[in-house]
Design a protein around this ligand. Structure first.
Ligand SMILES: *[C@@H]1O[C@H](CO)[C@@H](O)[C@H](O)[C@H]1NC(C)=O
Ligand SMILES: *[C@@H]1O[C@H](CO)[C@@H](O)[C@H](O)[C@H]1NC(C)=O
Ligand SMILES: *[C@@H]1O[C@H](CO)[C@@H](O)[C@H](O)[C@H]1NC(C)=O
Ligand SMILES: *[C@@H]1O[C@H](CO)[C@@H](O)[C@H](O)[C@H]1NC(C)=O
Length: 455
């Protein structure tokens, strides 16, 4: 299947309605409910000429803010039905420290902003979720809450304490032991990913890790992200930009934008970013790259930041600190076309979203005048079309309540559903003729008592 076919299967307006389609539509109206469903799944009105298989592979996001996106039947099922157990802070000794620091002094509300906010938002959305279960016996998956990125930033836990506390917490979880951690979910919201927990590779290397960036190794040689096991989640965009009606900053019409492209970020000695700053100096009328400083008297405010971001047709997102990946998601709300300059990037929901429809990825080795020439050669109508398609998809970047038909959490739940297993076991799990799960000493699972041996 090619990208064009996939494109039109996400975006139905791209195929003009012909008389044949209209007749088809009439036939559909006349058909029974059963047939309507059947046809709707495979054809969709005015949308005859594509490959049915491709249609089954992409998420279908309705126009406007109305309906819920439907994940492809293949591999995901027709509806969400999974049960997630959320560990309680009072149930596991040490969990409170991972949430509020060693003295319990960090308020969750102080951890909502910035990239690390996803640790708080996903936790609270799961607590309110209809897919939450309070019975461990019936749970498909287990969520281990922690706000460690935030807690560490404010100095309420150091790296050593984070490592030790995680190990202590895991040793109190018989279900973690049962599966070797395979059905346990962790959120690591920064570029370092699971490296935030120093001994992650020993203890949680089989668990499901939710992280906004898959391309980061943070000077650690290896990435903690595994594309087949883990899930890329959207970054945490400023709430002021994702609100439905009154957004902090409204997009500008293309004709009113001053720049072809922009790059907002600090150099931080990364090669790609230094090249961009150099390029901006050479072509100041095409590429805007203001120096950002979010602290101090000349503080660069959030409002000012978004006002710059919206003033170009293309927003460049080079590889870098987590906040620069955030640029990718923010682009959809100021409505510039994101240009990814991070070769190793992994994106959210890439099982079902065709990113060629809504963004550009350009080799980071070709950052130079050639990039600007290329971007300048793209006609405005093509840019408008990409922006329009991005507008449809962007609800998937927003951590909205479950009552919203389309949100980041919906996408995450679908991806989690795909990982649900009927059977849980590990090297330290055995079973007998009468279906009892036992450990190496033939002790039945219900008698496994913490602290559990690890890993
Ligand atoms: C993490 O904590 C465990 C348990 O206390 C310890 O065995 C391990 O060496 C620690 N890892 C690091 C990198 O300090
Ligand atoms: C996970 O950690 C265990 C214990 O250190 C190790 O034996 C295993 O090879 C690791 N698995 C992966 C996939 O890294
Ligand atoms: C930001 O501004 C503050 C205060 O003027 C200064 O101390 C700090 O070095 C600046 N940071 C950067 C990255 O320029
Ligand atoms: C299952 O079989 C084992 C070994 O015969 C026995 O010890 C255990 O009590 C049985 N468990 C149940 C629930 O029947």
């Amino acid at each position: 299947m090619n990208n064009k076919q996939r494109a039109s299967s996400v975006h139905h307006h791209s195929t003009p309605c012909t008389r044949i389609h209209q007749i088809g539509a009439l036939l559909l109206v006349a058909a029974t409910f059963f047939f309507t469903r059947l046809f709707d799944n495979s054809f969709s009105l005015c949308n005859f000429n594509h490959n049915l298989a491709s249609q089954n592979a992409v998420v279908r996001i309705p126009d406007g803010n109305g309906g819920a996106p439907s994940w492809p039947e293949r591999g995901y099922g027709s509806r969400l039905s999974l049960k997630i157990y959320v560990y309680d802070e009072n149930e596991i000794d040490g969990l409170k420290a991972l949430l509020y620091g060693r003295d319990g002094t960090v308020a969750a509300s102080a951890c909502l902003k910035g990239q690390w906010g996803t640790q708080v938002k996903i936790h609270s959305l799961l607590l309110q979720s209809q897919f939450r279960t309070k019975k461990k016996e019936e749970a498909d998956l287990f969520f281990v809450p922690a706000y460690v990125k935030c807690v560490r930033m404010v100095g309420a836990l150091n790296d050593k304490e984070i490592n030790q506390t995680y190990v202590k917490v895991l040793s109190q979880m018989p279900y973690f032991r049962r599966s070797g951690g395979r059905d346990h979910i962790f959120v690591f919201p920064s570029g370092a990913g699971a490296h935030m927990f120093r001994s992650w590779a020993t203890y949680i290397n089989r668990s499901i890790i939710l992280t906004p960036e898959g391309d980061r190794t943070d000077k650690r040689g290896t990435s903690a992200f595994n594309t087949w096991k883990d899930i890329i989640i959207p970054g945490n965009i400023d709430d002021g930009m994702t609100k439905d009606g009154a957004r902090m900053v409204q997009p500008l019409p293309l004709s009113e934008r001053k720049y072809l492209a922009n790059y907002l970020g600090r150099a931080q000695k990364k090669v790609g970013r230094l090249k961009l700053i150099e390029l901006a100096k050479q072509y100041p009328d095409k590429l805007e790259s203001p120096e950002l400083n979010f602290s101090g008297p000349n503080k660069f405010g959030r409002l000012e930041y978004f006002q710059h971001l919206r003033n170009a047709k293309f927003c460049l997102a080079p590889r870098g600190e987590s906040s620069w990946t955030l640029r990718f998601y923010e682009s959809f709300f100021v409505e510039c076309v994101p240009v990814i300059l991070s070769d190793q990037v992994e994106l959210p929901f890439q099982n079902v979203i065709d990113y060629t429809q809504i963004s550009i990825k350009w080799p980071s080795t070709l950052i130079g005048p050639q990039l600007l020439d290329y971007l300048a050669s793209i006609p405005d109508e093509d840019i408008e079309a990409m922006i329009a398609r991005g507008r449809q998809v962007r609800c998937l970047w927003v951590y909205a309540p479950e009552s919203k038909p389309c949100s980041a959490m919906q996408g995450i739940l679908w991806e989690l559903q795909r990982k649900v297993r009927q059977f849980h076991h590990s090297t330290e799990t055995f079973w007998l003729h009468n279906k009892t799960i036992v450990n190496r000493n033939l002790v039945e699972f219900s008698y496994w008592k913490p602290p559990m041996p690890l890993p």
